[in-house]
Ligand binder design. Sequence first.
Ligand code: AVI
Length: 322
Amino acid sequence: VSSTLSALVAPPPSRAAAAFRRDVLTGLSSRAKHIHCKYLYDRPGSLLFDKICELPEYYPTRTERAILTRHAASIARQIGPRAALVEYGSGSSVKSRLLLDAMIDPIAYVPVDISLRHLEASAAGIARAYPAVDVLPVCADFSQGFSLPDFPRPPSHSAVFFPGSTIGNFLPDAARGLLSGIARLVGVGGGLVIGFDLQKDPRVIEAAYNDREGVTAAFNLNLLHRINRELDGRFEVDRFAHRAVYQDAQGRVSISLVSRQRQTVEIGDASIAFEAGESIHTEYSHKYTLPQFEAMAASAGMGVHRVWTDPKQWFAVAHCVV
Ligand code: AVI
C-alpha cells in the first residue's frame, strides 16, 4: 500500500502576522508583560532550539532519546498492533522513527505540526522510509484542537505520541485541557505515549536553562529580534538580559527577558515603556513528580499504564490509556 500525503493546509501568512502583532502588543501593554512561548519558534528560533537540544547542560532531549531507544520494543507492545501513531509537534520526526521501527504492523503515521515546511519534509522522509505506512500529515496548532484525517485503511486504534516534555510548557489547566483533548481525539481504547521532565536537584534544572555558551539566552532574545524583523520593532536587544529561575513551589522554570535599564521601545507606531529590571515573561517549563502527572492524567480521563525512566530518574515516558 503506498503512502498518502494528504493536502496540507496552513493558516494564511497574513493572518498569522496579524495575530503575532496583536498578541505582542497586548502582552506588552499588560501590567505583567508577557509574550506566548509559541512565538519563540520562528525559523531562527527553531534552529537555536535544535542547538539547545545538543548542549551538555540540556539533559531532557538526550535522556528521553535514551529511554525511547532502550525501551522502544516494550513501548511498542503497550501501544499494540495495527495502530495509527499521531505525533504532536512532529518537527523532524526523528523520535517517531524509533517507535515506528518497533511497532507491530503500524497502519498510519499522522505528524501534526504548525510549521508547514517542517511537516512536508519530515512526512516525505517517513513516507519513503516506511512504504507500508499511510503517512497523513496535518498542519495544525495541536493546542487548538483538530480532527484526525480519514484513514485509507482503518487502524485498530490511534495512539498520540507527544515527546519532548512540551507538555511542561503549558500551565497546569492548559496541560490538563490538552490531555483531555487527546483523550477525546483517540477515544476509548486509544492511547498516549508522552515524555515529561521530572523534578530533580534545582541546580541541574537551572543549569539546563542557563547554558554556558549562551544558546538559551540567544533563543530567548531572538524573540526581540523577531519583533524587530516582523513587526517593525526597534528593540536594542543588548539592553535586555535572559533570565531563567527555578520556582520550587510551582515546580517550574520561569523564563523571561529583563530590561537592563529604563527605556522606551517603538513597535510600529506603538511605544512601550520599560522600567529598569522590568521583565517580559516568555516561557514556563514545568517539571512533574510521577504522582502529580498521574493525577493530572486521571483528571483528563486517562490512566497511566506504564512509565519508563532513566537510571537517574530525570525524565519519564508514560503510556496512558483512555
Ligand atoms: C520545548 N520545551 C520542552 C523546552 C523546555 O525545556 O521547556 C523549551 C526550552 N526553552 C528553553 N530551553 C528549552
